[in-house]
Design a protein around this ligand. Structure first.
Ligand code: SF4
Length: 442
């Protein structure tokens, strides 16, 4: 029997789409509901509430969210479906019309979900509350504490860049960030909980502190002093905001890992200009070579969009040979998808779907080769690995400092411990390595 005023006995299912930021926010919502007596649904149980945190980075992302919501409504007809995230922010009326949806909350209403759900349970009041994107000014903190070995700490939100293919500025609003003191306090909280690794995340995190006297470099310097946290990773940073000071700091820091994720999006200057990106290919190469100079073993992941408007066969070829020549570890390849309301729709040249997929396969093959070459460099060496509790029956696994995933046999009590591991062999057709524990805890 559910007590409609106190939530006790209420069971909730949480489903998150998209980026690390969304995972941090869902985890915060789950924790707040947990403090009110709502517990996560266990396998085989029927949820009373289903919270879906959506993504809208592509048309396909919207479609997947709709499919999931319809699926939940069919499977759990009595559950109240609560939808938030970028798809809810951008298309709230469309979302509200989906079956089973009782509450639709925008980007800045995520932390009000506790109250909305309480009033829903009290009097079945459906709710749609979305602050117009242009008015999104408040920074809402989030940290995915207790959900995983690796914590996601939200340090910044929104974006002022308006790249021609992107809807995120409309979904997440203007660039804004938390204060260094509040973020350091959240990192201390993670340390108190026994957390070892924090991934700092946001939409355009290099823009941290915009409009204030604080900078991204100040932030990572302050976080580096938090006792108890052994590792930080910078989730993704724009190349024009990745300064030499930041790279040098990571190179000398004890806690910031040799791991960078930098969006390139195209290896053609013509296409970069059409995308309204804030750098060109020579600027980008300079940053990649700078990382290699300061941190030769760093893992460098690079985002690339394939088949964007304006990417003629010649520009694709330029992009392919540029990417192939970069000293990076892997590509994150995205096939361009048309987004309503974006400036990219004013660009005449369109790549047909079959050609887009052919180009995507070419870039994925380049990425596979780069990752294999990068991984091979470290076979036979010993690197520190943060061990993560294994999935059912699987061996222990974890990431090295420079972001290589390793599988190894190790006692379960070493979960969430950083241990030296010999990197033995690369597992065929996979991005993983098998390793051997190098400690006297054998
Ligand atoms: S930097 Fe560009 S691609 Fe990234 S979120 Fe901002 S507008 Fe979108």
């Amino acid at each position: 029997m559910i007590d409609t005023t106190t939530f006790s006995g209420t069971k909730a299912l949480f489903h998150t789409f998209g980026c690390k930021l969304n995972f941090a926010e869902t985890s915060t919502v789950a924790r707040l509901l947990g403090e009110e007596g709502v517990r996560r649904v266990q396998r085989g149980e029927t949820p009373d509430i289903i919270v879906v945190n959506t993504c809208s980075v592509t048309e396909l992302a919207d479609k997947k969210c709709r499919q999931a919501i319809r699926g939940f409504a069919r499977r759990y007809p009595d559950a109240a479906i609560v939808v938030t995230g970028c798809y809810a922010q951008l298309k709230s009326a469309e979302v509200a019309a989906l079956p089973g949806v009782k509450i639709v909350a925008g980007t800045n209403q995520k932390l009000m979900l506790v109250d909305y759900i309480r009033s829903w349970m009290a009097d079945r009041t459906a709710r749609l509350d979305v602050t117009p994107s242009a008015e999104l000014r408040e920074f809402v903190p989030s940290c995915s504490r207790g959900d995983r070995t690796r914590y996601f700490l939200k340090v910044q939100d929104g974006c002022d860049y308006w790249c021609s293919y992107c809807t995120i500025p409309r979904a997440r609003g203007r660039s804004r960030s938390g204060s260094i003191s509040s973020l350091v306090e959240q990192a201390r909280e993670v340390a108190r909980e026994g957390g070892k690794e924090i991934v700092i995340t946001g939409v355009n995190i290099g823009d941290f502190g915009k409009g204030t006297s604080e900078t991204f470099l100040d932030l990572i310097r302050a976080l580096d002093d938090v006792e108890g946290i052994e590792r930080y990773r910078i989730s993704s940073i724009e190349p024009n905001l990745l300064t030499e000071e930041i790279i040098r700091f990571v190179a000398t820091s004890k806690r910031f890992m040799p791991h960078f994720h930098v969006p390139l999006q195209s290896g053609s200057d013509k296409v970069l200009a059409l995308m309204r990106r804030h750098y060109d290919t020579s600027h980008f190469r300079e940053k990649m070579e700078m990382i290699r100079r300061y941190i030769p073993d760093a893992f460098i992941g690079v985002d690339l969009i394939v088949g964007a408007r304006g990417e003629t066969p010649e520009e694709f070829e330029t992009s392919r040979s540029f990417v192939e020549s970069l000293p990076i570890s892997r590509l994150h390849v995205f096939t361009y998808s048309e987004r309503p309301g974006t400036r990219a729709l004013d660009i005449d040249y369109i790549v047909d779907p079959a050609e887009k997929h052919r180009r995507t396969r070419i870039m994925l093959a380049i990425s596979e080769q780069k990752l294999a070459d990068f991984t091979r460099r470290f076979l036979g060496t010993v690197r520190p690995v943060l061990l993560e509790h294994p999935n059912k029956g699987k061996t222990m696994s974890g990431f090295t400092d420079n972001y290589l995933r390793v599988n190894l046999s190790a006692p379960a009590e070493l979960d969430n411990h950083i241990v030296p591991v010999a990197l033995d062999i690369m597992i065929d057709d996979s991005e993983e390595i098998t390793g051997t524990l190098q400690t006297d805890t054998k």
